[in-house]
Design a protein around this ligand. Structure first.
Ligand code: ZN
Length: 508
C-alpha cells in the first residue's frame, strides 16, 4: 500500500513491544477495510446498484454541502451537522459506502474523556506519514457529525479517524467497519444521559463484538472496568506510570481525589487496592480478594517532567516525548494515539516526532489573549476532567487567578450536582482569586465557599468574569478558565466572535 505521496509504506506487519501481530494491512477480500476499486462494493449495496448508489451519494453530498453553506450564511445554526442529517436521508447508506471507499480503513475512538484529543493526535501521526485523513474534527460525534465529515472529505482521503459517542458506537460499527477501536476510559459522565458506568461498559462491549475478525481494541489498562470489559477481544493496552510519586503519599498527592468512591473489582466486586493512582479511578490496582490485578500496558507512558497545563515530558514505549499540552490526561491521550499508530505499523519513534508538533484544540488547555493578558482555557467536561485539571492548576505557580464557569445546558449535562464531588478544596488551598461564572455562577460560588475559598463576586457573563480574573491576577501571572462545554463556547464567542460560531453544535 502506498501513501498519498507515494513514498512510504505503512500499515505493515508489526511487532508491538512483546506482542506480535499479523499484518493489519491486507485483510482477506470481503472481510476488511480495503476496497481498492473505491466502489465500496459489497457494503450495503448490491453489485448492480453500485454505480447508481455512487451517483446518488455524489448528488446527495453536493446538495447537503450547499444546504450547510446556506444555513451558515443565514446563521440558522446547526450548520456543522446539517449536511450529515440531509445526506443520510437523501441517500441512505451513505456513511457505509463512503467509509468503505477509505482504502486504509477507519479508526474509531470512543470513551468518556479524551476522544477529541486522541483522535486529533492519531490524525496528526497519520498525516505525517503522508496519508490523507478524514475525521469529525469539530467533535460532532454522533451519526450526523460523522456523515458530515464524510460529505466534507477530500476525494483523496484514504483513512478515517472518527471520535464516536459511546452510545452511538454500537449502531455505527456496521457502517464504519473500523479496523481499530480505541477506548480511552469510562468515567461517570452525564448521568442524565447514560446512567451508570456499567451501562457504558455494556455499550462498548457490544461495539467490540461487531469488530471484524482482524480488528483490534486499543484500551486503557489503567481503567479496571474498561480493561475487563474488552477481555476476550484482540486487545492492546496503554497506560500511564508516574514513577516519581509514592503510591502511599496520601490525599494531597497529585491526581488523587480524596472524594473518589472506592472502585470495585470488575471480577468479584471486592474493593480494589491502588498501587498507583493517576486520575480518579485510573491507576494500577490489585483486588483485595481475587487474583485480579492491572495488566502491564503494551504502550506505557512514563511521566518524566510535569509543567502544569503547559507541557509534560514523557517516555512512551522507550521514546522521549515533550507534549506542548500538559496534564496526566494528555499523557493518556498520547499513549492511546501511539498505541493505535503502532497497530497500524507506525513506530513510536515516528509517532513521537509527529506529536512533538501537536497543539491542543478547542478549550483543551489552549491560550487566548484577553485584556492584554494571556488566559488559559481548560475544558471541564465532567467530574473526571475537573479532577484531572484541578491538581495541575493548583500546583502551577504561574497561575494568578481562576475562573470556574459552569453552565447547565443539555450539552453540559443538566445535573450539576457533580460540582460537589470535585475537589475544589484543593483549588482553594492554592490561595489565588477564584471567580464563579456561567449560568450556574451562584451555585459555583456556594461550592467554592464550602471548599474554604473566598471567591470574588460571581459574574455570569464570561467576558466580565475574565475581566475580573485578569484584573485580580498579579503581574507576571496568568489567569486560567475552567469551563463546562457550553460555557467554553460562550467564552470563545466572546473573544473570537464569528470564528467560534461553527463550534456551536459540536455536541449535536
Ligand atoms: Zn476481585
Amino acid at each position: 500500500m502506498t501513501t498519498s505521496n507515494g513514498s512510504e509504506t505503512v500499515f505493515q506487519s508489526v511487532a508491538v513491544d512483546n506482542v506480535s501481530m499479523p499484518a493489519a494491512h491486507s485483510p482477506p477480500p470481503h472481510e476488511g477495510f480495503n476496497h481498492e476499486d473505491g466502489t465500496g462494493a459489497g457494503v450495503a449495496t448490491p453489485g448492480g446498484a453500485t454505480a447508481r448508489a455512487r451517483l446518488r451519494d455524489a448528488a446527495a453530498a453536493a446538495a447537503a454541502l450547499a444546504a450547510g453553506r446556506l444555513s451558515r450564511t443565514m446563521r440558522a445554526g446547526g450548520g456543522s451537522s446539517l449536511p450529515g442529517v440531509l445526506v443520510e436521508s437523501l441517500s441512505p447508506g451513505f456513511i457505509a459506502r463512503r467509509a468503505a471507499r477509505l482504502a486504509d480503513g477507519v479508526v474509531a475512538v470512543s470513551g468518556t474523556n479524551g476522544k477529541t484529543t486522541t483522535a486529533s493526535m492519531i490524525r496528526v501521526i497519520l498525516r505525517q506519514e503522508g496519508l490523507s485523513t478524514v475525521g469529525n474534527e469539530s467533535g460532532a460525534n454522533l451519526k450526523r457529525g460523522i456523515a458530515t465529515a464524510l460529505v466534507d472529505a477530500r476525494s483523496n482521503a484514504t483513512v478515517g479517524v472518527f471520535e464516536v459517542d459511546e452510545a452511538a458506537l454500537v449502531s455505527l460499527m456496521p457502517a464504519l467497519r473500523p479496523r481499530l477501536v480505541v477506548l480511552t476510559n469510562m468515567f461517570r459522565d452525564q448521568l442524565d444521559r447514560f446512567g451508570e458506568v456499567e451501562r457504558v461498559a455494556e455499550l462498548l462491549r457490544g461495539a467490540c463484538e461487531r469488530l471484524p475478525d482482524d480488528g483490534y481494541v486499543i484500551a486503557n489498562v489503567d481503567d479496571p472496568l474498561l480493561w475487563h470489559t474488552v477481555e476476550g477481544f484482540r486487545r492492546i493496552g496503554f497506560g500511564v506510570r508516574r514513577p516519581s510519586v509514592s503510591p502511599t503519599s496520601g490525599a494531597g498527592s497529585p491526581g488523587i481525589d480524596p472524594g473518589a468512591e472506592p472502585t470495585p473489582c470488575p471480577r468479584c466486586g471486592a474493593p480494589l487496592n491502588y498501587e498507583e493512582r493517576t486520575i480518579g479511578h485510573l491507576g494500577v490496582v490489585r483486588c483485595t480478594r481475587c487474583s485480579m490485578r492491572s495488566a502491564t500496558p503494551d504502550y506505557e507512558a512514563r511521566v518524566l517532567i510535569r509543567d502544569g497545563l503547559r507541557s509534560i515530558v514523557l517516555d512512551v514505549a522507550g521514546v522521549p516525548l515533550t507534549l506542548s499540552t500538559g496534564g496526566l490526561h494528555n499523557a493518556y491521550n498520547a499513549a492511546a494515539a501511539i498505541a493505535a499508530a503502532g497497530v497500524l505499523g507506525i513506530s513510536p519513534t515516528r509517532s513521537v516526532t509527529a506529536l512533538e508538533s501537536f497543539r491542543p484544540r478547542f478549550g483543551r488547555a489552549e491560550e487566548l489573549q484577553a485584556n492584554g493578558r494571556p488566559v488559559w482555557l481548560a475544558l471541564m467536561k465532567n467530574p473526571a476532567a475537573a479532577a484531572a485539571l484541578i491538581p495541575e492548576i493548583a500546583e502551577d505557580p504561574r497561575v494568578g487567578a481562576v475562573v470556574v464557569s459552569v453552565n447547565d445546558l443539555v450539552a453540559d449535562g443538566r445535573d450539576i450536582s457533580w460540582i460537589w464531588d470535585v475537589d475544589f478544596e484543593r483549588l482553594a488551598t492554592a490561595g489565588v482569586p477564584l471567580i464563579p461564572s456561567g449560568t450556574r455562577a451562584p451555585d459555583v460560588a456556594v461550592r467554592l465557599k464550602y471548599a474554604g475559598a473566598d471567591p470574588l463576586p460571581a459574574s455570569r457573563a464570561p467576558a466580565d468574569a475574565i475581566r475580573a480574573a485578569t484584573d485580580a491576577c498579579p503581574p507576571g501571572k496568568q489567569a486560567v478558565v475552567m469551563a463546562t462545554y457550553t460555557a467554553m463556547l460562550d467564552i470563545r464567542r466572546a473573544f473570537l466572535g464569528d470564528r467560534a460560531v461553527r463550534l456551536l453544535d459540536v455536541r449535536s
